[in-house]
Design a protein around this ligand. Structure first.
Ligand code: ASP
Length: 323
């Protein structure tokens, strides 16, 4: 790849954008630190490094991914993940319900099937067929938040309804989604915890990956940006990108690909390209990490915080930021 220096190694990862209460910062940093270590120990291959880093965060229970996933409107988890390499190989899963490491299943989709994205019961069955053990995921902290929010949403929707109105939690009600959105905007800390990573290995391979439990109280069957190539996850010969934030906004703007296009066509630096790609998005909706083939790290956000960490072969000490 042009601009690539043989032997260079880089790894960057994020633990979500949104609003991170200061009381949670130490555990987020602990989770990022462990993930950076796991990923860095697998830097002989960029895809191994990304998968290891994301698996570490999925398994920690700290983030909104894998064992720490948030609950949907029905009180169940539905997890999405994707991996993409600079050769445009992609594997993705949507709506997995019983697997601790969706990113590992996404990799199997990439390596073992002719498809890009498996969703719903078929994705769950694929995971079982490959031997991923079924796991019941119901993190107590997420259950408490779910119950509290559901109660508030019910109260806020019901107070506007008529006596004989249908179920206040019916997503077909015209006021359901606006009420949920305003509830989430009153509690920005809910929009946080998706995980992602991008690695560049010594052979110039570039891989990006993202894994999420999605957004609390999402409708059953709702699919995030995280598992959609070009939206929440993207890699090509120029750059790898992993996004986090409100999926519906990121998808409409195909945010990850927009960073790559801007970088390729504008002559801007990676940081400038990230800022330009984020510019049209409404405030408080997204953050992202990026890594280009020249080894430059990039990140940006229009949310209050973005938790990320990176490491380079040029420096022995990793960097952590709660920007
Ligand atoms: N992008 C994820 C989704 O929309 C959530 C997040 O990144 O916090 O499901």
């Amino acid at each position: 790849m042009e601009g690539f220096r043989q032997g260079m190694q880089r790894l960057i990862l994020h633990g979500g954008a949104g609003s991170i209460p200061s009381s949670r910062a130490p555990e987020v940093e602990r989770g990022l630190r462990a993930a950076l270590e796991s990923g860095w120990s697998r830097m002989d291959h960029a895809t191994d490094a990304v998968e290891a880093a994301i698996q570490s965060m999925e398994g920690s229970g700290i983030f909104d991914a894998g064992l720490g996933s948030v609950l949907n409107l029905k009180g169940r988890v539905e997890m999405d993940a994707a991996l993409m390499t600079h050769e445009l190989e992609v594997g993705a899963v949507a709506g997995l319900t019983r697997t601790a490491h969706p990113i590992a299943v996404a990799r199997q989709v990439m390596e073992k099937t002719p498809h890009v994205l498996l969703a719903g019961p078929g994705a769950d069955r694929f995971a079982r067929a490959l031997g991923f053990p079924p796991v019941r995921i119901r993190p107590p902290r997420r259950v408490a938040v779910y119950q509290d929010l559901r109660r508030r949403l019910e109260a806020s929707v019901a107070s506007r309804g008529k006596a004989n109105d249908r179920d206040p939690m019916d997503p077909a009600r015209p006021d359901w989604w606006p009420r949920l959105q305003s509830l989430v905007s009153e509690h920005p800390e809910l929009l946080h915890g998706t995980v992602g990573a991008v690695a560049l290995d010594a052979q110039g391979r570039l891989t990006a990956g993202t894994s999420t439990g999605g957004i609390t109280l999402k409708m059953e069957g709702r699919v995030s940006d995280s598992c959609l190539p070009g939206c929440g996850t993207y890699a090509d010969r120029t750059v790898g990108v992993s996004c986090t934030g409100t999926g519906e906004v990121i998808i409409r703007h195909t945010l990850a690909r927009s960073v790559a296009e801007t970088l390729r066509t504008s002559g801007l630096t990676l940081d400038q390209a990230v800022r330009r790609a984020l510019r049209p998005l409404p405030r408080g909706t997204a953050g992202l990490i990026a890594l280009d083939r020249k080894g430059h790290f990039g990140w940006g956000r229009n949310t209050e915080n973005l938790a990320f960490a990176f490491r380079s072969d040029r420096s022995s000490s990793p960097v952590f930021r709660m920007a």
